[in-house]
Design a protein around this ligand. Structure first.
Ligand SMILES: Cc1cc2nc3c(=O)[nH]c(=O)nc-3n(C[C@H](O)[C@H](O)[C@H](O)COP(=O)(O)O)c2cc1C
Length: 340
């Protein structure tokens, strides 16, 4: 494949979500191969010392590349962790000409540019079971499982562990300093989380048990129907997210990479069905809450990602467009090498 085509495929890959929008990836392209590396310079030593969430992020970028290749008529053969001596070398992708892309291939690739993390409240509309089942099948293809949190005792336990983790995080100066380092007020920033993409904390805007990660220290939003301000104001509409937990049997780099690939597929399937998502990974950041989640939900295996899914609300007619997270230029993350 020509360099300019690789640049487009890698641009699509970098649209992937990543923890704190760190974009912890590097790519090397040759005419018939793409290599993916974890970039340790973009690590989060406090939040993610094992790099688990960064490897997941890279796995999602890998799957976005595979989807972008399929839509261009290339078949991708992925070799995960191809070099045992080099753990940052996460994958090699060999491409061969494939057939005509299917309508599904095109729809998934078209979803890449439309997907964004949506932390705002969702519509009060239930996510259909058959869609959740399709997402489960998509995740299974990568050896991961997707468990909807539907039973009320599971929901109570999960909500509790998320708020426990948030509390620990908000009391940890090192965590807060690291988070602040990735929060961006400049709308043209090429990485990090734009302040306009995180909830303002107005309790009238949200009625949900599910606590979004608090990106702005001190503005912690309250969950669960807090009465505030004008008592005559109508109560906020209750959102009805589906919350799904992704997990794996193992808990090593291979399992994290596969979780990321599954996450990439699931998010694109969801986007092409008109839904949106936001990860809620606070409870999985810390070994203590992560292990408690395993036992409280009787999980066989390891939780890797918790996702809140739903239908986006229609924006108010005069509302400013939502802030979109930036990406580094492709030239910063992609290097070309000759064949062989
Ligand atoms: C492994 C992983 C964990 C994440 N955890 C959270 C989280 O706990 N809370 C949250 O609001 N967003 C979370 N995100 C979403 C990122 O902040 C988001 O992908 C990034 O800011 C880029 O924005 P975009 O997804 O809109 O492109 C996570 C993303 C990944 C890949």
């Amino acid at each position: 494949m020509e360099e300019q085509d690789w640049a487009q495929v890698v641009a699509a890959a970098t649209r992937a979500p990543s923890i704190h929008n760190t974009q912890p990836w590097r790519f090397v392209a040759r005419p018939d191969r793409l290599e993916l590396f974890l970039d340790p310079d973009r690590a989060l030593p406090v939040l993610d010392p094992s790099a688990r969430q960064q490897v997941i992020s890279c796995g999602t970028a890998l799957e976005f590349a595979v989807v972008a290749l399929a839509a261009r008529g290339w078949e991708a053969e992925v070799e995960e962790l191809p070099d045992a001596a080099e753990p940052t070398h996460l994958a090699g992708v060999r491409i061969t000409p494939g057939g005509e892309p299917s309508a599904d291939d095109r729809a998934l690739a078209a979803a890449i540019d439309h997907r964004h993390t949506v932390r705002a409240p969702f519509e009060a509309r239930t996510v259909p079971d058959d869609l959740v089942q399709r997402l489960q099948a998509g995740a299974r293809a990568f050896g991961t499982w997707l468990k909807p949190i539907t039973r009320s005792e599971e929901e109570v336990a999960t909500v509790f562990l998320i708020s426990r983790a948030e509390e620990m995080e908000q009391g940890d100066p090192a965590y807060l300093a690291e988070l602040e380092g990735w929060l961006r007020t400049d709308p043209t920033a090429v990485d990090g989380v734009p302040i306009g993409a995180v909830p303002s904390g107005d309790p009238h805007e949200r009625a949900s048990n599910w606590l979004i990660r608090d990106f702005v220290a001190g503005q912690r939003e309250q969950h669960a129907f807090r009465a505030a301000g004008d008592p005559a104001a109508p109560p906020p509409e209750v959102e009805r997210p589906a919350v799904v937990l992704m997990g794996t049997d193992g808990d090593d780099r291979a399992a994290w990479l596969r979780s990321g690939r599954a996450l990439g597929r699931v998010l694109l399937q969801l986007t092409s069905a008109g839904l949106v998502a936001s990860p809620l990974t606070q409870a999985l950041d810390w070994p203590a809450t992560r292990t408690r989640m395993q036992s409280r939900l009787s999980l066989v295996g390891h939780p890797q990602m918790l996702l809140r899914l739903g239908y986006p609300r229609q924006p108010e007619p005069d509302a400013p467009p939502p802030a979109v997270s930036g990406r580094r230029p492709v030239g910063d993350v992609l290097r070309f090498e000759p064949a062989g």
